[in-house]
Design a protein. Structure first.
Length: 173
């Protein structure tokens, strides 16, 4: 009987761990797939936009799903895969998450248009920080075009991403 209880406890623990890791594992898989050499224009910007939107969503609706250590790892992975200055994406993700968590109490209860506006504003803030850091790393003023594209993509991709992530969030309980 104790062996059965132990097995049940282990399975419950494994389920809890998998629920906790699911958003991070999903984003790691997404980044690896997004970095595949498809040769699509704006591929890196689209990947950054989805990453920012996802971080915003999880930071508002389930902040424990993406702890700071996961954001750091995701940011470093994105920097390595997309040849960005190491640590810059992590800084942007951490800043966006902190902003979203700060506003979480107000945003959870808001209607979609305000949530969408907040997500776009948070992405734009994170991308401005990223651009400033890239300028400092390059010791030059870089063209803002790619980051503006990423901001537009983040705003445009948030509604469909919300449709995908909300049911996942609800299933995680």
């Amino acid at each position: 009987m104790t062996g059965l209880l132990l097995l049940e406890t282990l399975l419950r623990g494994a389920e809890t761990l998998s629920r906790a890791l699911l958003p991070t594992l999903f984003l790691v898989l997404f980044l690896v797939l997004a970095a595949a050499p498809f040769g699509l224009p704006g591929q890196a910007e689209a990947a950054l936009a989805v990453l920012l939107d996802s971080v915003f969503f999880w930071s508002v609706f389930r902040p424990a799903a993406l702890p700071a250590l996961a954001l750091l790892g995701l940011g470093l992975l994105a920097d390595l895969l997309f040849d960005a200055p190491l640590g810059l994406t992590a800084l942007a993700l951490l800043a966006e998450s902190a902003l979203a968590r700060r506003l979480r109490g107000k945003l959870v209860r808001q209607a979609f248009p305000l949530l969408w506006l907040a997500a776009a504003g948070a992405a734009l803030t994170a991308l401005a920080l990223f651009w400033l850091g890239a300028d400092l790393a390059a010791r030059a003023l870089l063209p803002p075009g790619p980051l503006l594209l990423a901001a537009l993509l983040a705003a445009g991709l948030f509604p469909p991403l919300l449709r995908l992530l909300r049911p996942l969030h609800e299933r995680l309980g």
